[in-house]
Design a protein around this ligand. Structure first.
Ligand code: GLN
Length: 457
């Protein structure tokens, strides 16, 4: 146990890992003390598993900064339920990991400590906003990661980095201690090298929590799945997702996956989710509206950094928020405030809320005919650093295949589907609400089939 933790500490301190800029806080002594304590404890379902925790999830041992200057050095007085449950299961929190500020971004470039590098090509982005934990898992530095997925932030970086990213059904994992970005969409998710590990972590952290009124009173998926035959599974391929200007390589890789599933007897049919093109705009209106309200608490009074102390109250707020928040967070707060404002809320927020209902309805209709929907996770492989920073709409568009899932509260998982010019791409499986266990069962079969077919050669 101690040897494994020491090896993990060595990996975390290695120059290669440092070069990723994926870690926001780490302490060798804390990691080794945790491992020593485990040597005398009864074994748990995750004993010794090293986990990187995204830095918008509260921990007692480390600061929780959300990648923001506004929370520089901030220490939470309590721990997120997901973190307590990880520890109770015997896992070790190896470090806190980098993210786009408050989870707002798709590339882990919007962090106060600077960008995280892609694990294969340092000139590219690892995806975001959970790029820190994703890069660390992909490099084999830690064995799993906790991320948050508000509009794809676990699945998209998993696809870019070539690992598994699971987003549980809304309400399956407690959000207590996850710093809120958009509360009706946020969900803690898992980054892992395999479906099996993702499932074991979800099993340990999921289930109802009296501290989160939106957590649902259902047991989480079991740690070990059941074998399913693909011949018994009906898969739907939404035509609209293929119309979203997919990169030719991504298209080929995902088509190859579908071919493998058909060859294994899966029943694959075209389906239609007609409101798909409206998902991204609706997502950005709703998430920014909620963010503008959730982030109002960071005003220099109770949390983190205070600037302009001794000035009048309005100036203190202005200076704290103006200097503490980065450009993307400011853009979301301003957009969110605008779409909720008296003259415009009908035109923007309410319309986005209606679109959200239609998107959920589309999925309900399709799930009467098929068990899972299969799509590419991203329209392209990892893009170059800097490429989209000046163009928010281009940045947002990298989420256009993942954010509908959050609007509808569904479970979804991205698994590696081979490579395009050396860069990983992902295939996404979307399930009915609370079909998380069945989703892992099918994802496992798919993962095995892809490995056998040599997709990773
Ligand atoms: N990239 C999306 C955004 O910027 C999703 C973020 C997330 O899931 N936390 O809002």
């Amino acid at each position: 146990m101690l040897d494994d933790a020491t090896a993990a500490a060595d990996r975390l301190e290695a120059p290669d890992t440092q070069a990723l800029n994926a870690v926001t806080a780490y302490d060798r002594e804390i990691l080794l003390a945790g491992a020593r304590a485990l040597e005398h404890a009864p074994p748990g379902p995750l004993t010794g598993l090293t986990v990187a925790v995204k830095d918008n999830i509260c921990t007692l041992d480390y600061p929780t900064t959300c990648g923001s200057r506004v929370l520089e050095g901030y220490r939470s007085p309590f721990e997120a339920t997901a973190v307590s449950r990880l520890k109770r299961a015997g896992a070790l929190v190896a470090c806190k990991a980098n993210l786009d500020e408050f989870g707002m971004g798709s590339s882990t470039e919007w962090s106060a400590i600077g960008r995280t590098r892609h694990p294969i090509d340092p000139e590219r982005v690892p995806g975001g906003s959970s790029g820190g934990p994703a890069a660390l898992v992909a490099k084999g530095v830690v064995e799993a990661g906790l991320g948050s997925d508000t509009g794809g932030s676990v699945r998209q970086p998993a696809a870019f980095c070539g690992i598994v990213g699971a987003k549980p059904s809304y309400g399956s994992v407690s959000r207590f201690g996850l710093v809120a970005f958009a509360s009706s969409l946020d969900q803690i998710g898992v980054l892992a090298p395999s479906v099996t590990v993702a499932r074991r972590v979800h099993a340990a952290i999921g289930g109802p929590d009296p501290h989160d009124a939106t957590s649902v009173d259902r047991p989480p998926p079991t740690a070990h799945g059941e074998h399913v035959e693909l011949a018994q599974v009906r898969l739907g391929v939404p035509v609209e997702y293929w119309e979203q200007m997919l990169d030719a390589g991504v298209r080929r890789a995902v088509d190859a996956c579908l071919g493998i599933m058909r060859a294994r007897g899966a029943n694959v049919a075209d389906v239609s989710l007609p409101h798909t093109p409206l998902a991204t705009p609706a997502y950005y209106v709703i998430s920014s509206a909620e963010a503008s309200s959730n982030l109002a608490r960071f005003d220099g009074v109770r949390f983190g950094q205070r600037r302009g102390d001794g000035l009048d109250l309005a100036r203190m707020y202005r200076e704290t928020r103006g200097e503490g928040f980065g450009p993307e967070v400011r853009r979301r707060i301003i957009t969110g405030t605008f779409v909720l404002s008296a003259g415009y809320r009908g035109r923007y927020y309410q319309r986005a809320a209606e679109v959200r209902q239609r998107i959920a309805q589309d999925f309900r209709r399709v799930f009467q005919e098929v068990d899972f929907v299969v799509t590419p996770t991203t329209p392209s492989p990892a893009f170059r650093a800097g490429e989209r920073l000046g163009d928010p709409v281009a940045m947002y568009s990298s989420d256009r295949l993942v954010c509908a899932v959050n609007l509808a509260g569904l479970p979804a998982i991205s698994i590696p589907a081979g490579r395009v010019s050396g860069l990983p791409v992902g295939v996404q499986l979307i399930g009915r609400p609370f079909a998380d266990a069945a989703m892992y069962d099918v994802a496992t079969v798919l993962e095995d089939a892809l490995a056998e077919a040599g997709e990773f050669a």
